[in-house]
Design a protein around this ligand. Structure first.
Ligand code: PMV
Length: 322
């Protein structure tokens, strides 16, 4: 028996951090996909091999523990928590290719979780709906990270360009027939999403009368950005991105490197640019309707950059051999 599934990473266009407080967010699935392969094991062990990161581990299903010598074994926690949702503990060989920078604000943990849930459930002949995959994947992120909005797991499951309504009440696919050309600029430093979410929570607790209006402004601009995107109003999309960046700075998640990339992108012709994801390291997103090449070259003088396209496809089973 062999099953392969894949799921995309994501980039948040508007609304990160505010989404943790039940505000809306807009994110796109990107054309970088995590692949999970599940095979029968020769013994009763659950072995996990994250091939592109060189991480190997053995899961003790009953004890809920992972044995691994790798210093970067944190990602295995997502796999253990995912398997627990849809497996009985018998032996498995699980091979993962993450294909998305870890901790880079591009939803690698969600993509690993969604792809693993899809592959293992198909292996076990459990027919999960998209809704169930997204729900289980969000529960896994909550269990591992303690706090997480459903944005990453929703986008990784459904794909496309998604407007997540306030309090995650509904998921609206923004069906557009034009491109949203974006460049992602990545720093070497990795942001710790859990710690950054906690830092914003503390800042809000200390300065509620200052931080609550900032979060409310992010809500308003995200709602406006939805209209701007639907109208392909490039100028407004760019301006709202720039405002969103300033508000994320006010929340305390900016860094010198991110800031520098944001301004480099704007000087090179981006219509707007901002942190994407949790910040504190990780990535920026630049909206480049007038062309991406110059922005990529400018960022690449100091950091790395990639052009990201919207991936219409969410999670999918790519191979099923019974
Ligand atoms: O950096 P990422 O991909 O983990 O994105 C985090 C987005 C936050 O809004 C900061 C947290 C969340 O759970 O939504």
């Amino acid at each position: 028996m062999q099953v392969k599934a894949s799921a995309p990473g994501k980039a948040i266009l508007f609304g990160e951090h505010a989404v943790v407080y039940g505000k809306p967010a807009i994110a796109m699935a990107i054309n970088k996909r995590t692949c999970a392969e599940v095979l029968e094991a020769n013994d009763n062990k659950i072995n996990v091999n994250i091939r592109d990161l060189g991480i190997e581990g053995c899961i003790d299903f009953n004890k809920g523990t992972i044995v691994s010598d790798s210093p970067k074994k944190g990602i295995l926690k997502y796999i253990l928590a995912s398997i627990k949702k849809i497996h009985d503990g018998s032996g498995l060989e699980i091979n993962i290719d993450v294909n998305i920078p870890i901790g880079g604000g591009l939803g690698s943990s969600a993509a690993v979780t969604v792809a693993t849930i899809a592959a293992v459930s198909a292996y076990n002949e459990i027919d999960l709906s998209m809704e169930e995959i997204a729900k289980y994947a969000h529960e896994v992120e909550l269990e591992v990270q303690k706090s997480a909005s459903p944005i990453d797991t929703t986008v990784s499951t459904y794909g496309g360009l998604i407007y997540l309504e306030a309090d995650a009440e509904d998921i609206v696919q923004l069906d557009i027939d034009y491109d949203i050309p974006v460049v992602i600029g990545c720093t070497d430093t990795r942001g710790n999403t859990g710690k950054l979410v906690e830092a914003v929570r503390i800042r809000r607790e200390i300065y509620p009368e200052i931080i609550d209006p900032v979060i409310n402004s992010i809500e308003t601009l995200t709602e406006e950005a939805k209209e701007a995107i639907l109208n392909n109003d490039k100028k407004r999309i760019g301006e709202l991105m720039n405002i969103n960046h300033g508000l994320l700075d006010a929340l305390g998640v900016n860094t010198k490197e991110l800031s520098s990339m944001v301004y480099t992108a704007r000087s090179a012709g981006a219509c707007g640019s901002k942190i994407t994801g949790a910040g504190g390291g990780g990535s920026i997103i630049a909206y480049c309707p007038d062309g991406t090449n110059e922005v990529i070259s400018a960022i690449e003088r100091t950091e790395s950059a990639l052009k990201a396209d919207i991936s219409k496809e969410g999670v999918k089973i790519t191979t099923y051999r019974g």
